[in-house]
Design a protein around this ligand. Structure first.
Ligand code: RFL
Ligand code: PHB
Length: 390
C-alpha cells in the first residue's frame, strides 16, 4: 500500500487530521489498534474550546456539534464557604466553551471518514515504524499472519499516551518531562438530569469533585480518589454519598442519582515529550503530551497540534513550503506548555494533596481567596479555560 501521510491512531487527533487533509486532496491511511465500537466506548473529554469547534466545522464535521452542543459562559467553584461563579464570557471578552462529548465528536469524525471513503483500518496489530530519518519511511502492521507494508512520505503519531509512535524515537533524542499526581479521578456517567446547568469544580477537605454533563439528560461526575483505589471498591451508592459530601448542602440536596452507565478511574499525570518531530515522524495529541483533566485542556491541546500540522502538511504539498513542518515542534510545544501550566495550576488549586504540610494548605487557601476576590485573576483563568489563541 502507498499513501502520502500514514496516521497511527484513530482517536480525535488522527481522525481530524485525516479528514482535514482529505478535504485538501491529500491522501492518508489511518491505522487504529481497536474497533470503532471500542474507541467510542471510552468516556473522556466534555469541554471544547472554540478553536477546536472551528476546526471541526472546517472538517465538515461541525453540524451535530453546533446543534446538540451546549454553549457555556461560566463555571462554578465550590468551596468551604459556598459557591462562586467565574464569568468566562465577561472575563474573556465575550468567548465561551462548548460542552459536547469526545464520544460524539469522535463518532462524527468516523462517520465523515466513512462517507468520504477514507482509509481507516481497525484492529491492526504490531504497528511498527521504519526508516523515519530517510526520505522513504514506511509502516508495517500485522493482519492475521500477514505483514502489511505502507509506504508513505510522512508518518503522524496520533496514537495516544500508550502508543508506539513516541517509543519509536531513540531515547537519546527524546526528552520527557513528567509529574505524576498522588491520586486519580473516579468518573461516573449516569442517565440523570445534571445537578447544575454549568460545571461545578468543588474543592473540599475530603478531596476534589466535579459536576459535569453531556446533555440535559446525561450527567458526568468525578471525585478525587487515592491511587490505590479500584472501580470495584466503589459501589454506585458509595460514589453518590461521597460526591454529596464534597458539594455545598443545597447542591447535594438537589443532586439526582441513578445507576452508573460507565464508571472508571483515570490517574492524573502531566507529561511532555520533546521534540514532537523525529525525521519524517510527527507526534500529535496525547502521544506527545498529557495533562490532568482539571483544566479541560487535553483534547484542546491536541486540536492546536492538528491545526499546526494540517497547515504545515498542506503547505508542503500545495506550496512546496516546508517551513511549517520544520517549525512544527517548536510552535506546538509553545502552546502545549501553556496548557500544561494552566492544568497544573488548576490541579494544585483544587485537590487535596496527602503530603501537604500546613503551610502548603494555607497557601492553597490563599490562592483560592485571591482568585475569588480578584477580577484580574479571574480574567487569567477565563483566558486559559476558553483556550489561548493558535
Ligand atoms: P487518544 O484519544 O488516546 O487516541 C489515540 C488512539 O490511538 C490508538 N492506538 C493505536 N493505534 C494503532 N496502533 C497502536 N499501536 C496504537 N496505540 C494506541 C488508541 O486505541 C486510540 O484510539 O488520543 P488523541 O486522539 O490524541 O486524543 C486526546 C484525547 O483523547 C485526550 O486528550 C482527552 O480525552 C483528555 N481529556 C479532556 N480533554 C479536554 O480537552 N477536555 C476535557 O474535558 C477532558 N476531560 C480527558 C477528560 C481525559 C480523561 N481521561 C480518561 C484520560 C476526562 C478524562 C477522565
Ligand atoms: C468532563 O465532562 O468529562 C470534564 C469536564 C471538565 C473537565 C474535565 C472533564 O475539566
Amino acid at each position: 500500500m502507498k499513501t502520502q501521510v500514514c496516521i497511527i491512531g484513530g482517536g480525535p487527533s488522527g481522525l481530524l487530521l485525516s479528514q482535514l487533509l482529505h478535504l485538501k486532496g491529500i491522501d492518508t491511511v489511518l491505522l487504529e489498534k481497536y474497533s470503532r465500537e471500542y474507541v467510542l466506548g471510552r468516556i473522556r473529554a466534555g469541554v471544547l474550546e472554540h478553536g477546536f469547534a472551528k476546526l471541526m466545522r472546517e472538517a465538515q464535521c461541525g453540524e451535530r456539534m453546533d446543534r446538540e452542543g451546549e454553549i457555556h459562559e461560566g463555571i462554578y467553584i465550590a468551596h468551604d464557604k459556598g459557591m462562586d461563579r467565574i464569568d468566562l464570557h465577561k472575563h474573556s471578552g465575550g468567548s465561551s466553551v462548548i460542552v459536547y462529548g469526545q464520544t460524539e465528536l469522535t463518532r462524527d469524525l468516523y462517520e465523515a471518514r466513512a462517507r468520504m471513503n477514507g482509509k481507516v483500518i481497525h484492529n491492526v496489530e504490531d504497528v511498527t515504524l521504519h526508516d523515519l530519518t530517510s526520505a522513504a519511511p514506511y509502516v508495517t502492521y500485522r493482519e492475521g499472519d500477514q505483514i502489511i507494508r505502507i509506504d508513505c512520505d510522512y508518518v503522524v503519531g496520533a496514537d495516544g499516551f500508550h502508543g508506539v509512535s513516541r517509543k519509536s524515537i531513540p531515547k537519546d533524542v527524546l526528552r520527557e518531562y513528567e509529574r505524576v499526581y498522588p491520586f486519580g479521578w473516579l468518573g461516573v456517567l449516569s442517565r440523570t438530569k445534571p445537578v447544575s446547568p454549568e460545571l461545578i469544580y468543588a474543592r473540599h477537605e475530603r478531596g476534589f469533585a466535579l459536576c459535569s454533563l453531556r446533555s440535559q439528560v446525561l450527567s458526568r461526575y468525578y471525585i478525587q480518589v487515592p491511587l490505590e483505589d479500584s472501580v470495584e471498591d466503589w459501589s454506585d451508592e458509595a460514589f453518590w454519598e461521597e460526591l454529596k459530601r464534597r458539594l455545598p448542602d443545597d447542591v447535594a440536596a438537589r443532586l439526582i442519582t441513578g445507576p452508573s452507565i460507565e464508571k472508571s478511574i483515570a490517574p492524573l499525570r502531566s507529561f511532555v515529550a520533546e521534540p514532537m518531530r523525529y525525521g519524517r515522524l510527527f507526534l500529535a495529541g496525547d502521544a506527545a503530551h498529557i495533562v490532568p483533566p482539571t483544566g479541560a485542556r487535553g483534547l484542546n491541546s491536541a486540536a492546536s497540534d492538528i491545526y499546526y500540522l494540517y497547515h504545515a502538511v498542506v503547505d508542503h504539498y500545495h506550496k512546496k513550503d516546508d517551513s511549517g513542518l520544520d517549525g512544527y515542534s517548536e510552535k506546538a510545544l509553545a502552546r502545549v506548555w501553556k496548557a500544561q501550566r494552566f492544568s497544573w495550576w488548576m490541579t494544585m488549586l483544587l485537590h487535596r494533596f496527602p503530603a501537604h504540610i500546613p503551610y502548603d494548605q494555607k497557601l492553597q487557601d490563599t490562592e483560592l481567596a485571591y482568585l475569588l476576590s480578584s477580577e484580574r485573576a479571574q480574567q487569567s483563568l477565563a483566558e486559559n479555560y476558553i483556550g489561548l489563541p493558535f
